[in-house]
Design a protein around this ligand. Structure first.
Ligand SMILES: Nc1ncnc2c1ncn2[C@@H]1O[C@H](COP(=O)(O)OP(=O)(O)O)[C@@H](O)[C@H]1O
Ligand SMILES: [Mg+2]
Length: 209
């Protein structure tokens, strides 16, 4: 699959979801390319922090030519995961046009929910010529047993984009693993963060079947 994690808002979890989804796909035996489309290069930083053997290839491509190069780039890989840039940009448009599936991470905060209309507008605009493009919200940093954690689905229901059943909870391991260049699947194979990532990856794969 070719999946992009996009949201103009920074800090919503694009890199966290991209890295861990790529790891989950690699664990299943797929050959995975992680394309870092963010000029800040966070996914490349993750790869640089890593001392363990590489799980997948990480390449920086912060240029609005991803959609033109995707055929060439994806050759030899089963999956391409794109870590999107912040802000509205040609880079984000290019990533959308290169993808089969756009995942929009959102945090359960009113600001994130209001801000989501911007990324949806961008996807709508960029996907005019991509009839079979799929788009979905992924709730990240859910805080269990809070009203906002429960209401986020309902609030997102106002948008014409579905919400993944699987969501990620606010867990320190997500931040700790990234700092060490690890996926949560390696840092805590039997932990709840791993279970959440596996469930999310299953759902993304199912969406493209
Ligand atoms: N589910 C989570 N639990 C705890 N920390 C998280 C979670 N998701 C993201 N973070 C942390 O939040 C910060 C922003 O996440 P990041 O993935 O870099 O967002 P983005 O790429 O959208 O800017 C990082 O420090 C990351 O470790
Ligand atoms: Mg990022």
């Amino acid at each position: 699959m070719i999946v992009a994690f996009l949201n103009q808002k920074g800090g919503v979890g694009k890199t966290t979801l991209a890295v861990n989804t790529a790891a989950s796909l690699a664990h299943r035996g797929g050959r995975v390319l992680l394309l870092d489309a963010d000029p800040q290069g966070s996914a490349l930083d993750w790869a640089a922090a890593r001392t363990a053997d590489p799980l997948f290839t990480v390449v920086g491509l912060p240029r609005p030519t991803i959609h033109k190069e995707i055929g060439e780039l994806s050759r030899g890989y089963d999956h391409v995961v794109i870590d999107g840039p912040p802000r509205v940009s040609d880079l984000a448009r290019s990533a959308i046009m290169a993808s089969q599936l756009v995942v929009i991470p959102v945090q359960p905060s009113p600001y994130d929910i209001w801000a989501a209309h911007e990324v949806i507008a961008l996807v709508d605009e960029a996907s005019v010529f991509k009839e079979d493009l799929k788009t979905v919200f992924a709730v990240n940093r859910k805080i269990t047993n809070t009203a906002i954690g429960r209401d986020v689905r309902e609030a997102l229901g106002g948008y014409p984009v579905p919400v993944l059943d699987a969501s990620l909870t606010q867990r320190v391991i997500f931040a700790e693993a990234v700092a060490q260049g690890l996926s949560v699947l390696e840092a805590e194979p039997n932990g709840q963060a791993s279970a959440e990532i596996e469930a999310m990856t299953n759902e993304l794969l199912e969406m493209l079947q």
